[in-house]
Ligand binder design. Structure first.
Ligand code: SF4
Ligand code: SF4
Length: 351
């Protein structure tokens, strides 16, 4: 056992759909049942839909020290950042000091990431969790768990693997091997750099953040006027690493994609199809797409095809266009996308 304080604290910062909530629960169970510690874990999140922010908190204490604190973690020993797009969100890097291990899902190296995070000091671990998750057909959270275990000498990787076998292995035995491979690769593939305080960036104190919309002032009915909750998704990657490309000419406007999509991504407007009045599919609003590919499976005409983001040139100019101007919100009255639309569909892939 290597930690000397009463509590060892882990904070996971994530976007809905990346599995941070589950990772937090696994870490809690792992500490209590496999490391012989006292452990607690809880999460704070909204709907998984549209990539709302997620935070998970895990506390460990030695066997003879009861955990009596149940507040959010302000000065983490480990900070797990599940998406680099979270870097500039207020409060994400708060409490990070020279004693903190920061584990970031990114394809960049620690030198670049330190500047992106404006990191004061600490131990910076970079892991390309998205790439590994895609290669192993696993999930980002499994890779992140492996990487987190590497940051200290008491989170034994073999015991973590056993915890996964006993939990996910029992529930989803068919995907156990790929999850174990993802964990192991997360553990073995990190890039590491120690950052000493050098006055380049300041220490960020944890403080209450006043949001534009909260429980006190949200519009009636829970409408979120901030372009869905995907405010944290800057299109650098969908959450699963894939995106559906829409081929408009093949679309028969059947609406199956719209009723299948869990994140209400498709934009239908009143129009004309084959000479008749119809709802017409304008395609996906990629700001909200998590890349699950259910729409591709369900589309009867192959109007939606699957692309791996990193390899698809077309997506660099269209889907991942960071200059998309979204300045107009419309509140619709009917349909699955009835609460908000944006104009991010206006650039259609030129296939
Ligand atoms: S399922 Fe395919 S054909 Fe039907 S509306 Fe969606 S994209 Fe068009
Ligand atoms: S991949 Fe398709 S079904 Fe999945 S979130 Fe994106 S648009 Fe919706």
């Amino acid at each position: 056992m290597s930690f000397k304080k009463d509590y060892f604290e882990i904070r996971l910062e994530s976007i809905g759909g990346l599995g941070a909530n589950l990772a937090g629960k696994i870490l809690g169970e792992y500490g209590a049942l496999y490391l012989g510690l006292n452990a607690s874990s809880f999460s704070s999140y909204g709907s998984e839909k549209r990539g709302s922010p997620v935070k998970a908190y895990i506390r460990y204490a030695k066997e003879n020290i009861p955990i009596r604190v149940n507040s959010p973690i302000q000065t983490p020993d480990i900070l797990g950042l599940f998406h680099i797009a979270l870097a500039d969100k207020e409060g994400v890097m708060s409490g990070v000091s020279e004693n903190t291990a920061v584990v970031v899902n990114t394809d960049k190296n620690p030198e670049q990431v330190r500047d992106i995070l404006k990191m004061y000091a600490g131990k910076l671990y970079c892991i390309d969790a998205l790439k590994i998750a895609m290669e192993t057909k696993s999930r980002i959270n499994m890779v992140m768990l492996g990487a987190i275990a590497k940051t200290n000498d008491f989170m034994c990787i073999e015991k973590l693997e056993q915890a996964i076998k006993d939990t996910i292995g029992k529930k989803y035995p068919k995907v156990l091997d790929q999850n174990l491979e993802a964990i192991r690769r997360g553990y073995e593939s990190i890039k590491y750099e120690e950052i000493k305080p050098d006055n380049k960036y300041e220490y960020i104190i944890d403080k209450d953040i006043e949001r534009a919309w909260g429980y006190k002032n949200a519009p009636i009915g829970g409408v979120n006027p901030c372009f869905g909750s995907a405010i944290s998704n800057d299109l650098t990657a969908s959450r699963e690493g894939y995106v559906p490309v829409f081929i408009k000419e093949r679309c028969i406007n059947c609406g199956l994609c719209d009723s299948t999509c869990p994140d209400m991504v498709f934009q239908f407007v009143k129009g004309e199809y084959k000479g008749k009045e119809s709802m017409v599919n304008l395609g996906p609003d990629y700001h909200h797409c998590k890349g699950c590919m259910r729409c591709v499976e369900v589309c009867p005409t192959k109007a939606l095809i699957s692309e791996i983001e990193r390899d698809a040139d077309i997506l660099k100019t269209h889907v991942r266009n960071k200059d998309l101007i979204i300045d107009k919100l419309e509140f619709e009255k009917v349909g699955a996308s009835s609460f908000v639309t944006s104009e991010s569909y206006t650039e259609e892939p030129n296939i």
